[in-house]
Design a protein around this ligand. Structure first.
Ligand SMILES: [Zn+2]
Length: 277
C-alpha cells in the first residue's frame, strides 16, 4: 500500500511533467471506486490547465484553477503518465485523462486500481479546505504543528499500543504499517508498549525518527523520478532500504538477533526484541 513517501514521490513525479498541461478530455470507466466518481467528468475537466500538484496526507491534489481533483491510491492504485501512441487501455484503468503538456507532447494520465479502494473525486477550490475527506485527518508530519510536544500530547493517557497510535490517521497522517515498524526500530521502542508509557526521552527520539525516516524514504523515491514517465509506471514506487520490515527471521542489522513478526491490529509488525524495549 502506498504510504506518505510514495504518494509524495508520485506527486513530485506528476508535477515534473504535468504543470501547465491542458486537459483535452477525461473519461471514467467505472461509476465508483471507494466513493463515486463524479458524473460528466469530461465536461468538468475539459480545457482546464494543471496549476499545481500537491500531497495532503495520502491524497493527491491536482489544482485546475477553479476545481481540484482529489485522488487517493487506496491499496493498489497507480497514477501514471503514458505515451499516446503506445497506449492501450488495460483492465482496471478506471480514469483516462488526455493531456497536452507545456512542451507540446500529448500524453495520457491514467489511474489504475485493481482493488478499487482508491478515490477520484472533484472539489471546488473554495471547499477544499473543509472537504469531508479531510475532516478527520490528524497532524501532517512535516507541518509546524507536528513536534515532539505534539507527539507527547498524542501519547498521553493513550492505552493503545504505540504502533497503532502512530498509524492512526486521525492523530498523525501518513505513517503506515511499513514506516511505523521502521521508526519504532530506529527509536528502539517495543511496538507493543502502551503509548502512555513512553518517556519524554523516547518520545523525542521517536519524533525525530518519524521525520528522518519519512524524509529518507522521500529522498530514495526521488532518485526514481527520472524514469517516472515510463509507460509501465513501476518506478513510481521504490524499495526503501528497510531495516526490519518484511525481514522476519533475518538477523537484526544492529545486534544480529532474529527479527520477529507479530500481528497487531491485523497488521504484521516486524521488530527486534533485543534492540526494542
Ligand atoms: Zn537488534
Amino acid at each position: 500500500m502506498p504510504e506518505l513517501p510514495e504518494v509524495e514521490t508520485v506527486c513530485r513525479g506528476l508535477a515534473q511533467s504535468l504543470l501547465g498541461a491542458k486537459i483535452f478530455s477525461a473519461e471514467a470507466f467505472a461509476p465508483k471506486l471507494r466513493i463515486e466518481i463524479p458524473q460528466n467528468l469530461n465536461s468538468k475537466l475539459k480545457n482546464k490547465i494543471i496549476n499545481s500538484i500537491n500531497r495532503k496526507a495520502k491524497y493527491i491534489l491536482i489544482d485546475l484553477e477553479d476545481v481540484v481533483i482529489i485522488a487517493h491510491l487506496g491499496m493498489s492504485g497507480r497514477m501514471t503518465i503514458q505515451e499516446q501512441e503506445s497506449f492501450v487501455r488495460k483492465k482496471h484503468d478506471h480514469i483516462v485523462i488526455e493531456l497536452k503538456l507545456k512542451n507540446g507532447e500529448e500524453k495520457y494520465l491514467v489511474l489504475n486500481d485493481p482493488r478499487r479502494f482508491g478515490i477520484f473525486t472533484l472539489s471546488s477550490v473554495e471547499d477544499i479546505a473543509k472537504h469531508k475527506l479531510f475532516s478527520k485527518l490528524g497532524l501532517e508530519p512535516f507541518s509546524e504543528e507536528f513536534s515532539w510536544q505534539a507527539l507527547k500530547k498524542i501519547c498521553e493517557k493513550r492505552t493503545k499500543n504505540i504502533k497503532a497510535t502512530i498509524m492512526d490517521s486521525s492523530l498523525i497522517v501518513g505513517v503506515g504499517n511499513i514506516y511505523a515498524c521502521e521508526c519504532l526500530f530506529r527509536a528502539g521502542i517495543h511496538p507493543e508498549r502502551a503509548a502512555e508509557s513512553l518517556t519524554v526521552k523516547e518520545i523525542k527520539k521517536l519524533y525525530g525518527e518519524i521525520i528522518k525516516t519519512l524524509k529518507e524514504a522521500i529522498a530514495a523515491g526521488g532518485s526514481t523520478l527520472k524514469d517516472y514517465s515510463k509507460a509501465n509506471g513501476e518506478s513510481g514506487y521504490f524499495q526503501f532500504n528497510f531495516k526490519v520490515y518484511g525481514k522476519e527471521a533475518q538477523p537484526c542489522p544492529t545486534c544480529g538477533a532474529k527479527i520477529l513478526r507479530i500481528v497487531q491490529n491485523n497488521r504484521s509488525t516486524f521488530y527486534c526484541n533485543k534492540c526494542q524495549s
